[in-house]
Design a protein around this ligand. Structure first.
Ligand code: CO
Length: 138
């Protein structure tokens, strides 16, 4: 098990453009990547903070997991932490060997060409964890 870095912190937001403007105005952050994922039910923007990112996630529909998260939590807020790893498959196997509860049994494609897998919040003190393998860093 070797976590290399905090790749990103994901925020659930109601209005992506407003959230981007807010972070640009108050914190001077700028957008380095945008993507829409129909399977994930989100429109997202990545804002750079040093070598890490803030990932703003706006639900595409009311059925989106991010929309459900906001209903459950009473609104926008911190949604998940993404840990950078060299090998998502190996890290996932390592966690499963330790009987850690995972959301994704197998690695799958994530945004910006990364390979990802989610680990259940029950396995990280209530925080949803995303393992992120960024091919541009290996
Ligand atoms: Co993420």
């Amino acid at each position: 098990m070797h976590l290399q870095r905090i790749d990103h912190v994901g925020y659930a937001v109601e209005d992506l453009e407003a959230a981007i403007a807010y972070h640009a105005d108050l914190y001077g952050m700028s957008v380095v990547h945008r993507e829409t994922s129909v399977p994930e039910g989100v429109r997202e923007a990545l804002l750079a903070v040093g070598e890490s990112y803030i990932q703003l996630l706006e639900p595409l529909t009311d059925a989106s997991p991010v929309a459900r998260f906001m209903r459950r939590n009473g609104g926008p807020g911190g949604h998940h932490v993404g840990y950078g790893v060299a090998d998502v498959a190996a890290t996932l196997d390592d966690l499963k060997r330790k009987d850690v509860r995972v959301v994704d049994d197998h690695p799958r494609p994530g945004s910006r060409g990364c390979t990802i897998a989610f680990v259940h919040p029950k396995a990280a003190m209530g925080v949803l964890i995303e393992l992120v393998e960024d091919p541009s860093l290996s």
